[in-house]
Design a protein around this ligand. Structure first.
Ligand code: CS2
Length: 451
């Protein structure tokens, strides 16, 4: 790309020959998070000498990212932002972006290319199409989901005698690899049972813990990065300096040497993943619903609120951290303190409304798993209950939109009900939030007391 030469040489960038690299990864859900995380790791792994791991990005629905990235040849900038200032890098790992509804054939070709070894996913919690009991919701798995696309690809790879794929979930689900394998198997059992044995023998679904706070890019962000870049970058992403990627080292075939650029390849991801989901994401969702209610817009404002900070600290240190056994050497108190500092980053402008989205899909692994574990040990859990109460009030949708695939059913739980009635309706058998944990009357009483 000619404009690459126009970018000031002081801004770090890849040194590998992009055109000479084969596609090794097809990534579904190429939003800001993927660009600031997995693609950023892969870019640096190729820069460190690994080869042929270019990424073909796929958007399942919207053509927006394709419209931003393809005219730029897939190139974009990552800006790490903190009180100490900005640090930028130009990332070269994305070859192109395909849009599922209109590019099915090109997506299929990328998926059956023998150099493609990994299909990674950041399709958000709702992209997995899970019913409240965790099983595959067959009403939602039609054309817009990953399942039919992956089934076609696997069928063609099997027929052509090409090796299996590693399906790498990089979404915030508990035990994400295992869940993906189970959901994919449920889909195959119904639609292509003869493929199930091949999938199990030839493919692998390692678990991952992914962590980097990446606010949705705004027009102000794009305007701000244009100054140091000297060109406008429609696909720019802005993020925090911190990043972490813990990956279960169980791949079906080759993988990039991500460990050379900071990723941790381990035997068991569970303690990292549980800590991250229940502490970071659990605190995030609490900040979102309690913070919005108190009139805040951004995470750093909510965490600076003296009425919220002690509650969030309690949620992480006394409730979430007490709900599971850490790995040897895993210091959860220090982890919580580091999270408080990350939330306080004043330069990031991370919107609470972005985190508040899709609560029905996030809350089970962020709060309810903790609540279930706490009940078993009889410990008090006022912070999570206060957060849950704020969410229940949020889904009523008074004066603000509720952005959630279950929004209609969530609102309907309030029909003709007071607060306690709405809680009971949401968690009742057959309710939207039915699952392993439902509040007892004592917990409902605690929740009803305004924080
Ligand atoms: C956030 C996450 O939007 C949300 O629900 O909690 O996206 C969070 O920023 C990331 O998981 C951090 O790694």
């Amino acid at each position: 790309m000619a404009t690459l030469d126009a970018i000031p040489p002081g801004i770090p960038r890849f040194a590998y020959d992009r055109a000479a690299q084969a596609i090794g990864i097809v990534h579904f859900g190429i939003g800001a998070f993927h660009r600031a995380h997995q693609a950023w790791y892969t870019d640096r792994a190729m820069d460190a000498g690994d080869r042929d791991w270019m990424i073909a990005g796929v958007s399942l629905r919207s053509a927006e990212v394709a419209g931003q990235m393809n005219p730029q040849d897939g190139l974009y900038s990552v800006t790490e932002r903190s009180a100490a200032g900005d640090a930028m890098r130009i990332v070269g790992a994305v070859r192109e972006v395909l849009v599922a509804p209109r590019s099915r054939a090109s997506i299929a070709i990328s998926l059956i290319t023998p150099t493609t070894h990994i299909v990674s996913l950041t399709i958000t919690e709702k992209g997995y199409c899970r019913a409240p009991d965790g099983s595959l919701d067959f009403d939602r798995v039609g054309e817009g989901s990953i399942y039919p696309i992956l089934t076609d690809a696997m069928q063609q790879r099997r027929a052509a005698g090409i090796s299996g794929l590693t399906l790498l979930s990089c979404d915030n689900l508990a035990d994400n690899g295992h869940q993906l394998a189970r959901l994919m198997s449920e889909y195959l059992d119904r639609h292509e049972p003869s493929l199930r044995a091949w999938f199990e023998a030839e493919c692998a679904c390692p678990a991952t813990m992914v962590d980097r706070i990446v606010p949705a890019t705004t027009d102000e962000d794009r305007a701000a990065v244009a100054a140091p870049l000297g060109v406008r970058d429609e696909a720019a992403v802005v993020t925090e300096p911190f990043s972490q990627w813990v990956i279960e080292d169980r791949f079906a075939g080759p993988r990039p040497a991500w460990e050379k650029v900071g990723a941790q390849l381990v035997g068991d991801v569970a303690p990292y993943e549980t800590a991250k989901l229940r502490m970071l994401n659990g605190a995030h969702s609490a900040l979102a619903y309690l913070g919005l209610e108190r009139g805040h817009t951004y995470v750093h404002q909510a965490i600076a609120d003296p009425a919220l900070r002690p509650l969030i600290e309690r949620l992480m240190k006394q409730e979430a951290a007490a709900s599971f056994t850490p790995a040897p050497g895993q210091d959860l108190d220090a982890y919580a303190d580091a999270l408080l500092a990350r939330f306080a980053n004043p330069a990031l402008n991370h919107r609470l409304a972005q985190i508040a989205m899709d609560g029905s899909q996030k809350i089970p692994q962020r709060w309810l798993a903790t609540l279930a574990a706490m009940r078993a040990t009889g410990r008090p859990r006022p912070a999570i209950l206060a957060a849950l109460a704020a969410w229940v009030r949020h889904v009523r949708g008074d004066g603000h939109p509720v952005d959630d695939p279950m929004a209609d059913r969530l609102r309907a739980a309030w029909d003709g009900q007071d607060f306690a009635g709405a809680v009971r309706a949401l968690f009742a058998r057959g309710g939207v939030m039915a699952g392993e944990w439902a509040p007892d009357e004592g917990e409902i009483e605690t929740m009803a007391v305004p924080h």
